[in-house]
Each structure stands twice: as C-alpha cells, then as structure tokens.
Design a binder for this molecule. Structure first.
Ligand code: NAD
Length: 708
C-alpha cells in the first residue's frame, strides 16, 4: 500500500475527456526514481483499463525530466524499469504523447522516445548526456534514436552527449511539433486530439526501419573514428558508438540486449565512478559554509579590470562575452592598446570563433583607459597588475579612493596575502581574491579566496558573477598559492629528483599524458616560462640543480624556443640532446648513478606530493572538502574528469597504501614534503577515506571508502 501511495505521489493523474494525463512530479527535476517509474507504469496501465483514447505525459515544475536518479545508479534495479514502461506504452492502443518543456535529459528523453509522438516547447533542450557520466543511454536510447533520425546524427548526439534545442530536434526528426507558448500540457493535448480526429497512425521508434535500412556501415565507422579522437582514453564513448552500431545490424530486441551488456561494462567501471564523483563534487562545491543560499549579493551590471596584460585581457574577455560592460584601466597607454588588440585577436583565432559582428559587439563593451577614476561606477573591480605586493597595495589604496561604496574589490593574485591587500583599503570586508587560470577566457576554474574579513556578501557576489561568466567557482582559504598552485608546486622537488635519478623530461610527460593529463608537467613548465620557477626558487633560497642548469643555459621555455624541449616553428615540442646532456652531467656531478625508473614509480612520485599537500590543505581548512580539490584540478589543471582528481585517486589507491608509499619515498628520497600528513596518518589508521570526511554525505562516499 505504501508503495502505491508513493507511486501516486510522484505521478499525478488527471483526465480531459477521453485523454488521460500523467504528470511527473518529483521536484525539482523529476528524476526517474523507482517510485516514479512505478507510478508511470501503473498510470499507463490505468489509462488502458479506463479505455482512454490517448495519453499525455508531461513534467511539473522546471522541466520534463532530468533522467535517471544518479544516487540509485549501480544499486540493484527495482522494477519496473524504463523498458517495462516502454512495453506498457506499446500495449496502449492509442497515441501516447510526451509533452516536453525545459529539458529532457538521458532517461527522460529515452522515455519520450518510447512514446508515439513528442511535442516540445520552444527552446527546450534535449540530450542523451550519459557519456558524460561514463555510461551510455541504457533505456533503449541507442536503439530508438538511430531509428528516428538515422545513424550518423544519432551517434553524434550520443557520443558527444551535447544537447540540441527543440527546433533542431524537429529538423532532425525526433520531435514531431514545436509548441509556442507556456502551456505544454495544453499543446500536447491539442496534438493528441488532432491526431485522433485525423485518425493518424503512429509507428513506434522500435518498429521503424526507414532511417537505418541499408545503412552505410563504412561511412558510419569513419564518422565514429573521427568522433572518438576527441575522447582519448575514455571507455564510454567507445561503447556508445558500439551500441548505436548494433541498431544497424541487429533486430530491436537483440539490440536492447547488446545495449544492456555494453551499459553493464561501463556502470561499474572506475571511469564512471570518477565521472559521477565529479558530477556530485561540482554541486557540493557550491555549498559554502557561512554563505547560506539567498545571501545578499551585489548585482554586477558593470565591471572593471586593472591591468591589460595576459590575465587582465583574458578576464575582460569573459565579462564582454557575457554581455557585461567592462572598464579596463592600464598604467601604460601602449600596453592598453596592445591588450585590447590581443583580446580581439584571441577571439578571431579561437576554435569556435564568434562572427565578426559579435566580436565588434564585445569590443564595444570594453572601455580602455589610463584614468583610475573611470572605475567609479563599477560594481566589481578585479585587479590583475604585476605580482608584487607593494604594487598591489598601491593599486588597492587607489581603488579605495575611486570605487563606489559597496563595490566588491578583488585581486587575481596567484600567491600574495589577500589580508594584507585588504588592509591597504578602509573596506576590507569588500575585498577578496578572484583567482583565474590562464588562459582566463578559456579555463573554467575560479578560485575565490576568502580573506579574514571578506564578507558573506562579497563571497556570494563573486560566486554569482563567476557563474554568470561561465566559470566554476570554488571558495578557498588564504595561503601562499591557495589550493591548486600550492599543490602542484609540491611536485617540483620530486620531478627534479626523478630527472637526477634517471628520467628524461619526455619520460615524465609521457607517463602523465598517458594517465590522461592534457599536458605533462614539464611541457606545462615550458608554456608558463621556466624563469618564473627559477625566480621563486631564488626568492625562497632553494635550489634545483637540473632546473637551474636548464635556465642558466638560456632555456626559458616556449618563449625562447627551447626549455625542457626544443620547439619547432609550429610550436611542436621535440626531445633535445642538449637537455639530456645537461641532465646526465648534473647527475654525474651529484654522484648519482642513473637507473631505469618504472612508469608506476613516476606516476606515484608526481601524484603523491600533491595528495599529501592536499591533506594539509584540508587540515588547515583552506579547502572545505576533498572533493572541492578534485573540482579545482579538473577545471583548472587539465586533469581528466574520468580520473576523478587527485584526492579521488588517493581514495581509490586506499589511504593506508598512500601512507605507506609516502613514507617509503620520503625516506628513499630524503624529501620532507613526503612525510605523510597527520590527516593521512589518522584516516589510514581508521580505515577511512577523504570522501568519508564530509560525514559520508557524498553519495559516493561508501563506494570510494569501500576501495580503501
Ligand atoms: P602581465 O605582466 O601580463 O600584466 C600586468 C599588466 O598590469 C601590465 O600590462 C602592466 O602594464 C599593468 N600594470 C602594472 N601596474 C599597473 C597599475 N598600477 N595600474 C594599471 N595597470 C598596471 O601579468 P599577468 O600574467 O597578467 O599577471 C597579472 C596578475 O595575475 C598577477 O598577480 C599574477 O600573479 C596573476 N596571475 C597570473 C597567471 C598567469 O598564468 N599569467 C595566472 C593566474 C594569476
């Protein structure tokens, strides 16, 4: 009885004459939890038993349906499943019409595809995004979509997971009508009435063959090959493509079995677990202690950026692209002109270059000046001048004089003390860090640095504006390097030692790139400039004999055409015998006998120092939760989402094992950075994991803990 009540709660029933209406009602986004599926199954059955002529299925609230309930994923299945509902729809004698508004994603779209027809409100988004969670559409989507729109459009949608609009879906052929107006239920009922009046016969997707009969398999395979190039190392896109291919070579029922088998391969995979971890982690990161939802914010209608260099330019591009006017203040008129020209050039040569009139519109939102007084009506000012505390203090004192009361004042510093910068003003509550990553117009991470006095309103404003310009904001505490750079900074000494003991730059980069990183750490160093690291070492009084020798040889990285590698005219990197000579000579000078170092050891010695520092960052409360750190690495450091991030990696290795390996390498390499952090010692002793720290609240905490 309880079950029946539950089912009724999630699917409301209504009738309009001889049309039966089923409204999905699982706020906020009508995910297909088991009780909702039961309600839907029972609802279609009840419509048949009541002798209804047609059924209309709609969603209540924001959208039709966001798909599977991710928290139920990987658990034993509770019937009825989507297939049972599809069978029940097929048993219904009249048309079953899905009325879709807002969005239909994953299982939500698969439900709609199992209906006889689909009416979608203008602007609705439709997608099969399962690939982004490391799985495939397992509710018949890979079999029905190609039958509705043909193999190549279907495989593109399913392998990319990208949404299409209702209008595009109409053209592709999986939506039957685009409805104007807000009342999708009325539109779907009107569609059903018209169909009944016309005696229109519908063929269900499963029974259609017109789009797949005689499909050109060679053309299909060639398309798949191109699509898969973009997802190196990932399993899900491969299985998505295989499953769509089965629709071309197997009868429908057999194809469903193939789809199920390929789905099962993925659902328990490490990659899918990692991708779901990141999906939840991104949402968790938006919950910031002390900043409850509804915290007052400053509405940013106008922004200002100080400095038109590499970062200032990129940050200004983000505002202009989002339609927010931005005043750019430079000390130097020449740098200002160059900076704005560079923005235009970057847009023109970007992969998805906007049309010229859009570039002009964006440029018209940029107002360059050398007069600091021009910031007076900005709601948010972001400083991106030289990384020098005295320069920044001077700039903030000036901002304090010119900015309107209540404006938020942010610094893009990578390392400097936000509290000290705030003290240069008389309004430290309005000051915080907004740390963008280079290239700022592309990298999605935004570390929001909370100073001692930063107000909740200032933090909430930075989060809100960050989202508005397409970033993924993560709030962190104030310390040297904050989270991301502080952790990657700890790799340096181990990389130096690996080179001294037997590795070449290309060995380390190969291991990290085959792990899935967009670029290995040495190639990344060449991109950023090796002189920067050398300057930091000088300032801190540390030495790195090999890295210092490389810089001393005038090899500063890509900007001098050579660094850890030699670069050709297309900026392609090549191993350089001179680098090998410098490294081997330095090893000799240090009295080290070079040896062959295994890939496993390289991976461990690059990742473990970061994880150990991540643990210290958690101890100090600089990051709120381990999963926030993973989000930082995915969006700011080219870490592949399907690996889940450094803290997730450590949990999967198991913290006992991590502790033992850290201790072993700390001793073998005489590196105090590798002495296991107290938090790792404690969790290892308790059999705990980083995921278990937030009270096991993460839906994946039990899964990740189970591995350790
Ligand atoms: P940059 O040298 O390219 O640009 C700095 C610009 O600021 C120059 O054009 C300079 O003329 C201008 N400037 C200096 N003093 C000024 C003043 N008083 N008023 C107005 N303009 C002034 O430097 P960048 O790489 O863009 O770095 C800027 C800041 O961003 C630094 O704090 C840096 O640490 C931080 N950051 C840099 C990166 C990166 O990868 N480059 C990444 C994140 C953060």
């Amino acid at each position: 009885m309880q079950q029946q009540d539950d089912a009724d709660r999630y699917v409301q029933r209504a009738t309009e004459g001889d049309i039966f209406i089923l409204r999905l009602a699982n706020p906020p986004v009508n995910t297909l939890r088991s009780a909702l599926r039961a309600g839907l199954f029972a609802g279609v059955q009840a419509a048949r038993e009541a002798g209804a002529k047609a059924v209309v299925i709609v969603g209540t609230g924001r959208m039709f349906c966001a798909g599977a309930e991710l928290t139920e994923m990987g658990k034993p299945r509770v019937p009825p499943g989507l297939h049972d509902i599809a069978d029940e729809i097929a048993r219904f004698p009249g048309p079953v019409v899905a009325g879709i508004h807002g969005g239909a994603y994953g299982g939500g779209l698969e439900l709609a595809l199992a209906c006889h027809a689909r009416v979608a409100a203008k602007g609705t988004k439709l997608a099969l995004p399962e690939v982004k969670r490391g799985i495939l559409p397992g509710g018949g989507g890979t079999q029905r979509m190609p039958r509705l729109i043909g193999p190549i459009p279907a495989v593109r949608m399913i392998v990319s997971g990208e949404p299409v609009t209702a209008e595009e879906a109409l053209k592709l052929g999986f939506v039957d009508e685009v409805a104007e107006g807000d009342d999708i239920e009325a539109a779907a009922i009107a569609f059903a009435r018209r169909a009944l009046a016309e005696g229109r016969q519908f063929v269900l997707a499963k029974d259609r063959t017109d789009k797949i009969a005689g499909a050109d398999l060679a053309a299909f395979d060639a398309e798949v090959e191109t699509l898969l190039k973009r997802s190196r190392g990932m399993l899900a896109p491969v299985n998505c493509a295989k499953s769509v291919r089965a629709a071309l070579t197997e009868p429908f029922e057999q194809g469903l079995k193939t789809e199920r088998a390929l789905f099962n391969e993925l659902v328990h995979s490490e990659q899918s677990l990692a991708l779901r971890h990141i999906f939840f982690a991104e949402r968790e990161a938006q919950k910031v202690p002390g900043i409850p939802p509804g915290t007052q914010t400053v509405k940013v209608k106008k922004a200002a950026v100080i400095g038109a260099g590499t970062m200032g330019g990129g940050i200004s591009m983000c505002f202009a692209a989002a339609g927010i006017p931005v005043t750019i203040v430079e000390a130097n008129a020449e740098a200002l002109k160059k900076g704005i020209e560079r923005c235009a050039a970057n847009w023109r040569r970007s992969r998805n270059a906007p049309p010229e009139e859009e570039i002009q519109r964006r440029l018209s939102l940029m107002n360059g000046t050398t007069d600091m007084a021009a910031i007076k009506d900005a709601d948010l000012v972001i400083e991106a001048v030289f990384e020098d505390i005295e320069v920044k203090e001077k700039v903030f004192a000036e901002l304090d004089r010119h900015a309107r009361p209540g404006a938020i004042l942010a610094s893009n510093t990578s390392t400097l003390d936000i509290d000290r910068i705030a003290r240069a003003t008389k309004r430290p509550r309005d000051v915080l860090g907004m740390h963008f990553f280079s290239p700022a117009n592309i990298m999605r991470l935004l570390e929001i640095v909370r100073g001692k006095e930063s107000s909740p309103e200032a933090i909430a404003t930075a989060i809100e504006v960050g989202k508005a310009i397409g970033k993924v904001p993560v709030v962190v505490g104030n310390c040297d390097g904050f989270v991301g750079n502080r952790m990657t900074g700890k790799r340096g000494p181990q990389i130096e030692k690996l080179l001294a003991e037997g590795c070449l730059p290309q060995d380390i980069d190969r291991v990290m790139e085959s792990y899935g990183m967009a670029m290995g750490p040495l190639a990344t160093g060449d991109l950023a400039g090796l002189d920067i690291g050398a300057a930091v070492r000088r300032a801190r009084g540390t030495v790195a004999p090999i890295a210092d020798a490389i810089v001393a040889a005038g090899r500063y990285g890509q900007k001098t055409g050579k660094g850890w590698y030699r670069y050709d005219e297309n900026r392609k990197r090549h191993p350089d015998p001179e680098v090998e000579r410098i490294i081997v000579e330095t090893s000799q000078r240090l009295g080290i006998t070079r040896r062959k170092i295994s890939d496993e050891e390289i991976l461990d010695r690059v990742l473990l120092p970061m994880v150990n520092e991540g643990a210290r960052i958690l101890e100090e409360g600089i990051a709120t939760r381990a999963s926030d750190i993973d989000v930082i690495f995915i969006y700011g450091f080219g870490w592949p989402a399907w690996r889940g991030g450094p803290m997730f990696w450590a949990d999967r290795v198991g913290l006992k094992e991590v502790r033992d390996r850290l201790a072993r390498y700390a001793e073998a390499t005489n590196d105090p950075n590798l002495k296991p952090a107290a938090l790792i010692e404690r969790l290892a002793a308790q059999g705990g994991s980083f995921a278990s720290l937030d009270g096991g609240k993460s839906p994946l905490a039990s899964a990740t803990a189970a591995a350790s």
